[in-house]
Structures are given as C-alpha cells and as structure tokens.
Design a protein around this ligand. Structure first.
Ligand code: GLU
Length: 417
C-alpha cells in the first residue's frame, strides 16, 4: 500500500525464489507471474449531500488453474492495482497450500470508509459490484471480506448480484451474515487459523504456548480474534495496536475488555488508560516471544527487522514482511510463519461456506472449527516437512508447495488451445 514500494514486485520476487527451487520452466514461470484478468473501474456515487463522487475500483483474477478464483474485497484509501495484483497472487498460493479447490483473486475500492455514511457505503458497494459483475459468479470468482469490508457489505454484494440474476444466489460471495447463508465460524476463522499455526510453530520450537508474551499489530477482525484466542489459550498479550497507535503493558492487557469496549471506537484502543502508549512502529519492536502482524503489508522491512525481539512471527496480515526483512529475520533465527499458510483460515472457512451454500445444508460451529483446525495442522505439517527437506525458510517452503500445485495443475490441463 505504500506508493514508493511495489508490493506486486515483492510477490513476484517471492515467486521467483520458489520457481528456482522447483526448476520451473521459464514459460510456466511467466504464466504464474502474470495476473490472468485485471479490471479497473471508475464509477460515480451520489453522496448524501447530493454531490457526485467518482471512485476507482479493481478486481484482479490471478490464476484459475485449480478452480474458480477466490479472494476478498478491500476498501482502503491506499488500495491500488499494484497492491491488488499482489494480493490476488497470494490468494492463489494460499488456496493451493491449504489444498482447497480455488485459484486466487482480489478486489478493492480506493476509499476511506470513515468518510461515508452507511447509505453511501451501501450505494458504493452495489455500484462497484455491478461494475465488476462480468467477473464474479458462484462458479467463476467468489469475493469475501477483507480490510474495510464486513458481513453487511457481503450481504449487499449477495443481494445486488441476486437482483441482477433474478434469483437468490448465496454462493456468489462468502463471509455473509448467518441468516443469508453465511457459515458458523467464518467471522473468527482467520484469527483462529493464525492461533492454530502459532500453536504448531510453538510445538516445533519446543515452546510452551502459555509462556508466550504476545504482541499483535492490528485490532481489526484478524488481530482482535487472534489476540482473544491467544489470551484464552493462556498466553499473555502485552501489546496491541490499531490504525491510530498501540498500547503496551508488560504484565498483560485485558483483551476481552479491549474487544468489548474499545475496538472500533473513534479513539480506538488507545482510549484504554492502564497501559503505555506506543506508536505502531514501536509496537513491532517491543520485547515479546510471539509477534502477530495483522494489519497491512510491508510493516517489517530492512529498516526495522533487526530490531524485532520476537523469536516467532506468525503473519495474520497479507505481506507484512518484505523479502529484505525475511532475509534479516532468517539470519537472526526468527521463525516466520508466512501469510499464505498462517492466515489461510479465512479462505478455508469461506470454502466451507461456499460448499454449504451450494448444498443448502449447514454445519454446526464445532464441525466448522474442527475441519478448519485439521486443514491448518495438515498444511502446517506439509510446509514444515518441505522446509526441513529443502533447508529453507518457511515462506519459501510454503511457496514451493503452493506454486508446485498450481504449476502441476497447469501442466495437466495443458495450454489452451
Ligand atoms: N480476505 C481474506 C484473505 O485475504 C479472505 C478471502 C476469502 O475468504 O475468500 O485471505
């Protein structure tokens, strides 16, 4: 999301490393390095004061070799095509690592939702989804929530596409409210998956999870749930932050109270007084064992990686560590559990939601959580095995698995015509 830094270039660099390990054919590498379809739209919304404002939106489908494309819709003032390309590519590898039958996509609108009323947000959503309507569909490309969007936005997406088709199509989008064909467990799924991955990492490192001091950057859906579940598992969460800044208490923060009383409030979690105030960058460098970056991309870079004190980083956000940071962290012996493994819980339960919608048969929360935990553990174990076999860092290991699955599917299908 930073404009001096290309996140897409970072994603392509990661792919190039995996391609080398896999000795990938150059033509095939080019196929995987290129987004399959990109759409840029400019569309007007009549604001509550009667003025017309034009917004820019995107939908990118990166690759569909393994199935329909899947990925969230992001509403954020810094969203751009470069960003969306990277996020779509990461979705492809994420779905392949979890071994769910999807390719990757991502969409977004460049907007600060804090400036919009609920009515304006609804109009923006309905118009954006109409503009990208030729790309989405329950068998072609299935959106979901991401930063700045939520179940209500997904309900408008579902309603808009259903109105245009003339009948209700719940499977066209995931992350919907329960009463519209959403799945039990979807809201918590990404954060839950992050904590399952953290538990697996601690087992591998011989760390007692309950002894962890945890810092979480980002207190949106992913960060808040991860912090809550870390606390419930007996760890001590010492630092958290939201977009406005962070708070730190080495004795531990009351996460449940922060979630209930401060999350999403105008002043944010810094309104909680019984803690030291820290900036978002200071937060990352706090003394802790487990660091969960769950905000935006490129937060840990060559300029702060050597100041990170955590021994374990589990990526809740997409792309929080740059390749230069990865290199420094690897040299310091920090284990980085990469986004395409660690934050796959969201899309895994999106997959369950889609399956339930297509079958019109719904599961209980326990069943969803059990199936999610099983996939997260299996994916973690297979990445760990490849990491040991190839003596690489964990991101490269996850990419080797993900990229290989997509490459194999492409080879099996053949290049049309
Ligand atoms: N936006 C989430 C992600 O980055 C979820 C995508 C989905 O559920 O399709 O993984």
């Amino acid at each position: 999301m930073s404009h001096q830094f290309s996140v897409y270039e970072m994603a392509r660099q990661q792919l190039a490393v995996a391609a080398e390990y896999l000795d990938l054919d150059e033509g095939l590498h080019q196929v995987l390095a290129s987004p399959m379809r990109q759409l840029i739209v400019h569309f007007p919304v009549v604001l509550d004061n009667g003025e017309v404002q034009v917004f820019e939106g995107y939908r990118v489908q990166h690759n569909s070799a393994r199935g329909p494309t899947k990925g969230g819709i992001r509403y954020h003032p810094d969203v751009d095509l470069d960003d969306t390309n990277a996020l779509a590519m990461w979705m492809t590898w994420k779905c392949a690592v979890a071994n769910i039958p999807y390719g990757g996509a991502k969409g977004g609108v460049r907007v600060d939702t804090k400036q919009l009323s609920k009515r304006e947000l609804e109009k923006l959503t309905r118009r954006y989804i109409t503009e990208i309507n030729s790309m989405v569909g329950e068998r072609s490309d299935i959106p979901a929530p991401d930063i700045g969007t939520n179940a209500q936005v997904m309900a408008w997406v579902m309603d808009t596409l259903s109105m245009q088709q003339g009948h209700t199509v719940p499977g066209v989008v995931t992350g919907k409210p329960l009463e519209l064909g959403g799945s039990e467990g979807r809201v918590e799924a990404t954060g839950r998956g992050v904590i399952v991955a953290a538990h697996e990492a601690c087992k591998g490192l011989n760390i007692d999870f309950t002894k962890n001091k945890v810092v979480v950057q980002g207190f949106g859906n992913v960060g808040a749930v991860a912090a809550k579940l870390a606390e419930e598992s007996g760890a001590t969460v010492v630092g958290v932050s939201d977009a406005l800044g962070g708070i730190y208490n080495p004795k531990g923060l009351p996460i449940r109270e922060l979630v209930d009383r401060f999350a999403g409030r105008e002043g944010g979690i810094r309104d909680f007084r019984d803690a030291e105030q820290v900036s978002n960058s200071e937060l990352l460098e706090l003394p802790c064992d487990l660091l969960i970056p769950a905000a935006i991309s490129a937060q840990i870079t060559e300029s702060n990686a050597d100041k990170i004190k955590a021994k374990l980083i589990v990526e809740g956000a997409n792309g929080p560590c740059t390749p230069a940071a990865d290199h420094i962290l690897d040299g310091k012996g920090v284990l980085v559990v990469p986004d395409i493994l660690a934050n796959a819980g969201g899309v895994v339960v999106s997959y369950f939601e889609w399956v339930q919608d297509l079958q019109n048969f719904f599961w209980e929360e326990d069943e969803v959580n059990q199936k999610l935990t099983k996939i997260m553990r299996q994916s973690y174990a297979s990445v760990e095995n490849v990491m040991r076999a190839h003596k690489t860092d964990m991101r490269t290991a996850a990419l080797i698995i993900g990229v290989k699955r997509v490459a194999d599917a492409t080879i099996r299908r053949g290049i049309f015509p």
